[in-house]
Design a protein around this ligand. Structure first.
Ligand code: ATP
Ligand code: MG
Length: 261
């Protein structure tokens, strides 16, 4: 929305984000493009606000909207505009070792063993968003979907499509409901629809990453003083990891079915 000043100048509303990592994030937003992320308007270096970037103002997706449909819409946006593009980082298996060490350091030996069992040899390397959760889903003034707050892959996080699918699943298992009880309880079906286009191996990898993402959020939540979010992250990670392990053991049980039983 813009207003006309008397001089003929136009007055625009924008959002400024400052803080650690913002410079890198704005570069990634430029790479992903303004059909995927809110449009970056330029860098900000302000003595009061700090350093970061300005972007178009969007409307966060509301708790009242159908969550399952938003997730499908997010997946399709990523399929159309992101996952078909080449990864910016080198395709290397080094992430596996880093992730394994991290899982061990977190006391997650079960998930470590699951990592060892999973086959990533035919996983899709591509550009990824890195944090496509409903909490980051926005609409432009024209009502188009955008996904804010992207994260560069690197270190223990590879530029693999299943990393993004795992983030969508984090929302499908109820992350936003933990952030704000106004969000509806997740419909377990949305996770199945989300993964529908993918084969079994990719589905397993996506669920593995969902568990890792839930674990990753715990220390952030704790640092921010939200012990209940950290507890949810650890419990959900354990539940998903357990269901995945049983699925890999070829028990006749789906991950989602196991969660809701
Ligand atoms: N372009 C935008 N227009 C309007 N609101 C925005 C915009 N970008 C972000 N927000 C609001 O600010 C919130 C936090 O933004 P963002 O997710 O970028 O920050 P963060 O601190 O990196 O988030 P996180 O909590 O995921 O770590 C968003 O959930 C959204 O409500
Ligand atoms: Mg965010």
């Amino acid at each position: 929305m813009s207003r006309l000043g008397l001089s003929g100048a136009r007055i625009h509303r924008a959002v400024v984000k400052t803080g650690p990592g913002c410079a890198d994030q704005s570069i990634l937003m430029g790479v992903l493009g303004d059909q995927v992320c809110p449009r970056v308007l330029g860098p900000i270096h302000d003595p009061v606000l700090g350093s970061g970037y300005a972007m178009e103002e969007c409307d966060p997706v509301r708790p009242g909207e159908a969550q399952g449909l938003i997730l499908i819409h997010m997946r399709d946006l990523l399929r159309e505009r992101v996952w078909g593009r080449r990864a910016r980082n080198e395709e290397s298996a080094a992430w596996r070792e880093e992730l394994g060490e991290w899982l061990f350091a977190q006391g997650q030996s079960d998930l470590y063993h699951t990592l060892c069992r999973l086959d990533f040899s035919d996983a899709r390397w591509s550009l990824i968003h890195g944090d496509p959760t409903i909490a980051n889903a926005m609409r432009t003034a024209g009502g188009e979907l955008r996904i804010a707050d992207p994260l560069w892959p690197g270190g223990k996080i590879p530029s693999l499509r299943c990393v993004d699918l795992g983030k969508l699943l984090q929302s499908a298992v109820g992350w936003e409901q933990q952030l704000d009880p106004a969000y509806p309880k997740p419909a377990v079906r949305s996770a199945l629809y989300l993964l529908d286009p993918y084969g079994q191996a990719e589905q397993h990898r996506a669920w593995f990453w969902a568990a890792v993402h839930c674990l990753r959020l715990a220390p952030y939540a704790e640092r921010a003083g939200h012990a209940h979010l950290a507890a949810w992250g650890r419990q959900t990670a354990a539940g998903v990891a357990d269901a995945l392990r049983r699925r890999l053991d070829r028990r006749d049980e789906t991950i989602v079915g196991a969660r809701s039983s």
